[in-house]
Design a protein around this ligand. Structure first.
Ligand SMILES: NC(=O)c1ccc[n+]([C@@H]2O[C@H](COP(=O)([O-])OP(=O)(O)OC[C@H]3O[C@@H](n4cnc5c(N)ncnc54)[C@H](OP(=O)(O)O)[C@@H]3O)[C@@H](O)[C@H]2O)c1
Length: 324
């Protein structure tokens, strides 16, 4: 097998494509032949030693992937050789093969291509958990999605629409706004050229959005929160812009509003039954055509460094997927 190896987490340049012995699965593991692996924001951080999870060195990055099971370890009864699966295990995806814990593998129904499956779990699970569970979204409510053309943002638009919401998508350029419209957003705001607060006032008749989905943080968090509706829920999803915003608490009081944390990874570990039910619903929505990953581009696995550069430069819309 071959894989991108991180021996020194000082950045993407230090990754090397190496031949490695193909491992055999231990108890509770499966060996997967990887067909596709997507880039998620943590993949960018983990090779720079900036992510909360710090795997022992050396490691193969690649948090999320899909492929076919080639061998199963002792005690694995629900998966078999030849089965198509998707998996989000945190590492291992940027190669031709990997070992994965069987309990993290999602069996794929027929008609679920590997490229879509590799770009599915992280973004859709995060956005469903955020909007439906933490945000308690109801049909007819208005959702503002910040960073709406990104990985979790595009999933949030589709899920909010599937749940019957009106969606306002906010992004940093016209091309990104057009993409959001093409996947169902009812209105868009280009926050590089428009005043976010004024635009939200106009688009909601002064009422403000009921839910704000924020994977970006930074400079737009406070103006967005100032615009939230009475009883609004502000979903704290991530800080792609870097700075972690600080809000004056009186703003929450004035709107009877909630600041709601979203941590899908811990939700899946602490509440596995609820997470499994959610994943089942998402797979059904995919089968029914209500949701579908937005694939910016697919690149050969050998071009991983190019993919990292594209993601780091804020140029990706939806998801980048590496293929073998
Ligand atoms: N809480 C959870 O459970 C959870 C789960 C998954 C991901 N996340 C977090 O969610 C965030 C977004 O993840 P993602 O996979 O959607 O990433 P992504 O595809 O790269 O999208 C991030 C978006 O943020 C915006 N952005 C603003 N400033 C940026 C900057 N300096 N660098 C990069 N992007 C910037 C960009 O949109 P514009 O150009 O339009 O502004 C971009 O489309 C990350 O912080 C990630 O860690 C959280």
């Amino acid at each position: 097998m071959h894989a991108w190896l991180c021996e020194n987490p000082i950045g993407v340049d230090a990754l090397t494509w190496q031949e490695r012995p193909t491992p055999q699965p231990g108890a509770g593991e499966v060996l997967i032949r990887i067909e596709a692996a997507s880039l998620n924001f943590p993949d960018l951080l983990i090779v720079q030693n900036k992510y909360q999870m710090k795997p022992p060195l050396p490691f193969v990055p690649g948090s999320e992937y899909a492929g076919t099971i080639e061998a199963v370890g002792e005690g694995v009864t629900h998966l078999k050789v030849g089965q198509a699966v998707a998996c989000l295990s945190g590492t291992g995806g940027f190669g031709t093969h990997t070992l994965a814990p069987a309990k993290l593998c999602m069996p794929l129904p027929a008609g679920f291509p590997a490229v879509d499956a590799a770009a599915f779990i992280m973004t859709y699970a995060t956005s469903h958990h955020a909007l439906m569970d933490r945000g308690q979204l109801k049909a007819g409510e208005t959702v503002l999605v910040l960073g709406a053309a990104g990985g979790v943002g595009t999933a949030a638009i589709q899920i909010a629409k599937a749940a019957g919401a009106r969606v306002i998508a906010a992004a940093s350029n016209a091309e990104k706004c057009a993409l959001c419209t093409s996947i169902g957003a009812d209105a868009t705001i280009n926050y590089s050229t428009e005043n976010l607060r004024e635009a939200l006032k106009t688009l909601t008749d002064g009422k403000g959005p009921d839910i704000i989905y924020d994977p970006v943080g930074g400079e737009f968090a406070e103006p967005a929160f100032r615009s939230i509706a009475w009883r609004g829920r502000y979903l704290v999803v991530g800080f792609a812009a870097g700075p972690i915003p600080a809000l004056p608490w009186n703003l929450a009081l004035l709107k009877g509003a909630s600041i709601v944390g979203v941590f899908w990874g811990d939700f899946s570990r602490r509440e596995p039954a609820a997470n499994a039910a959610m994943m089942q619903e998402l797979a059904q929505w995919y089968g029914a055509g209500k949701i579908k990953p937005v694939i910016h581009n697919t690149l050969p696995m050998a071009q991983l460094k190019q993919a990292y550069a594209d993601m780091g430069s804020r140029g990706v819309m939806g998801k980048l997927v590496m293929v073998n």
